[in-house]
Structure formats: structure tokens, C-alpha cells
Design a protein around this ligand. Structure first.
Ligand SMILES: Nc1ncnc2c1ncn2[C@@H]1O[C@H](COP(=O)(O)OP(=O)(O)OP(=O)(O)O)[C@@H](O)[C@H]1O
Ligand SMILES: [Mg+2]
Length: 158
């Protein structure tokens, strides 16, 4: 059983800052599922991660295009949003399968909409509404995901 971890996010700045911290521990080859209701803050978290990875341009929600691609100095980051995914053929035709490789980080909003097509996640992050802001819950699903979480906890306790 892999560990889970909870973080309070009182405002948007906290979500962005969590993303920046995550940028330091994510590495190519990882797949992260981002769960949470509409407007929970999944794209905001990705914005923070990209900021931490020194991406200076815009970060658009991939709601309509299904994926936004970021070519960074050391890796590719693919930000998916499958909310509107409804055609399994699209998966093969768009070449999504090839995006999941050792040179890329894949961050996925609404993974359940892509069902069986998706590569399993190393890490799950749930963002839920709370009385003050949001709460993020992390859970690792693979050894690689578990290692990420323990690196993150080591850094947090420094
Ligand atoms: N910790 C927080 N507390 C309060 N508001 C927040 C927090 N984090 C993000 N927000 C706000 O919540 C909204 C989240 O929007 P965002 O597009 O990130 O959600 P999403 O989960 O990606 O939604 P969708 O499923 O529609 O793509 C933004 O307006 C953002 O400013
Ligand atoms: Mg979003």
C-alpha cells in the first residue's frame, strides 16, 4: 500500500506554489492524474508546475484541444484535459499513445473520460473544495510515484 498525503491550499497562490514545489520532484517518464470537480484548480496547479519548470509563456486550458504541448529544455510536458473526449479513434489518430514515454511528463485532467486508453498513473492528485480554498490529496500508485512523494516530503522537512 503506497502512502497518501494531504495539503491545504487556502488560495490560488497556494495552488500555484504547490505546483512550483512539485516541479522540483517530477521527472520525465511520470504520468500524473489530476482529479477534481470543474473549477477545482487542476489547470492552476499545472500553471504552477510549468512556472517551476521555467516555462515563461502562456498556459492555456486544453479543454478544447485535448492536449497542450510544452517543449522545455530537458523534457516534454503534455497537459491533457479529456473532459470533452468522446471518440476513441481520436486517441490513436492524434498519436496520444506516443506521448507517454521516458522523455515526457504527462499531466491529465479528467482521466476517467479516456477510460481504458490511458496509461496507468504513477501519481494521483485530488483537488477538492473546502471551506477555505481547496485541499489537495496525493496518492502514489507506482514505485516511481512513491519515490517522488518521499523526495517531496524530504524537501518539505528540510
Ligand atoms: N486554493 C484555491 N483556493 C481558492 N481558489 C482557487 C484555489 N486554487 C485555484 N483557485 C481558483 O479556482 C479556479 C480554478 O480554475 P481551474 O481552471 O484551475 O480549474 P480546473 O480544475 O482546471 O477546472 P476544469 O475541470 O474546468 O478544467 C480559478 O479561478 C482559480 O483562481
Ligand atoms: Mg482545467
Amino acid at each position: 500500500m503506497y502512502s497518501s498525503h494531504v495539503v491545504k491550499l487556502n488560495d490560488e497562490a497556494a495552488t500555484l506554489s504547490l505546483g512550483e514545489q512539485l516541479a522540483a520532484i517530477l521527472h520525465p517518464g511520470l504520468t500524473v492524474f489530476l482529479h477534481g470537480e470543474l473549477g477545482a484548480g487542476k489547470t492552476t496547479l499545472v500553471r504552477g508546475i510549468l512556472k517551476g519548470l521555467k516555462h515563461h509563456g502562456k498556459v492555456r486550458s486544453p479543454t478544447y484541444n485535448l492536449v497542450e504541448i510544452y517543449k522545455l529544455p530537458a523534457l516534454y510536458l503534455y497537459h491533457f484535459d479529456f473532459y470533452r473526449f468522446n471518440d476513441p479513434l481520436e486517441w490513436e489518430e492524434a498519436g496520444f499513445r506516443e506521448y507517454f514515454n521516458q522523455d515526457s511528463i504527462c499531466l491529465i485532467e479528467w482521466p476517467e473520460k479516456a477510460g481504458e486508453f490511458l496509461h496507468a498513473a504513477d501519481l494521483h492528485i485530488w483537488i477538492s473544495y473546502s471551506q477555505i480554498g481547496r485541499i489537495a490529496t496525493f496518492k502514489a500508485e507506482t514505485e516511481a510515484g512513491e519515490q517522488c512523494l518521499s523526495h517531496w516530503q524530504e524537501r518539505a522537512s528540510d
